[in-house]
Design a protein around this ligand. Structure first.
Ligand code: GTB
Length: 218
């Protein structure tokens, strides 16, 4: 059964692989599972047909046989549980990897994503600089602790896992932020994730889809 991933027809990230469908693409590439992609416009995302897949009218959505999923983290857990390679076999290590998935989306993502939004939407607001400073202080606090945990290790807990996959996708939202200059081990961690062949394939696939969406209609 080949699953279908629903993604932006034209991602606002301009093909930089920052939208959350990238998590699913990367997970599927890591486990060697081919997939189909359905590309939707913003308008189509809000129509009943897509709301039946995703109650919030967002992407990514994932369909596999009779199963329809939204929430990128839950979808990556589903993929990791169905295939080898993203979760350790040892029960405790497996639970710790899932814990790191939650840490990525629940502890690190909020301030990092809020910074993305504020920089896009609120540049003209009188409170812009203050808000940015608060968010960047919060992000630094998270990075400080993350760097302390990571030390000189390659990955968060032993071998590469779905926890690293989600954490790297969250940290990529910092882009070329100068914050990362102060955390070289985290910058290297992100680069290690991006260097994985599965990431590269997923990145190329989303870029090809972006180019399709960006092309004028025939
Ligand atoms: N919690 C959900 C999940 O993890 O799946 C969140 C889903 C979500 O926010 N989806 C976004 C969406 O559909 C796309 S990824 N937005 C349209 C809408 O809500 O109407 C968001 C995204 C886009 C671009 C960047 N970036 O450029 O850094 C980062 C994240």
């Amino acid at each position: 059964m080949i699953p279908t991933l629903t993604a932006f027809e034209r991602s606002p990230d301009g093909g930089r692989g920052l939208a959350r469908d990238m998590r699913i693409r990367w997970a599927l590439e890591e486990v060697g599972q081919p997939y189909h992609v359905r590309l939707l416009s913003f308008e189509a995302m809000k129509q009943p047909e897509h709301l039946a897949r995703h109650p919030f009218g967002q992407i990514p959505a994932y369909e596999e046989g009779g199963l329809t999923l939204f929430e990128s983290g839950a979808t990556v857990i589903h993929i990791a549980e169905r295939h080898g390679g993203l979760l350790p076999a040892d029960a405790q290590a497996r639970t710790r990897a899932i814990m790191w998935m939650f840490a990525a989306v629940n502890t690190v993502e909020p301030s990092v994503f809020e910074r993305v939004l504020v920089r896009i939407l609120d540049r003209d607001a009188p409170w812009y600089e203050d808000r940015l400073r608060v968010l960047e202080d919060r992000i630094r606090d998270r990075l400080e602790h993350l760097a302390r945990h990571l030390g000189n290790a390659d990955w968060l807990d032993g071998g590469f896992s779905a926890g690293d996959l989600l954490m790297v996708t969250v940290l990529r939202w910092l882009g070329s932020a100068t914050i990362l200059d102060d955390y070289p081990t985290i910058a290297a961690y992100i680069a290690r994730g991006e260097a994985r062949p599965a990431f590269q394939r997923a990145f190329a696939a989303q870029l090809a889809d972006f180019s399709k969406g960006a092309a004028p209609a025939p």
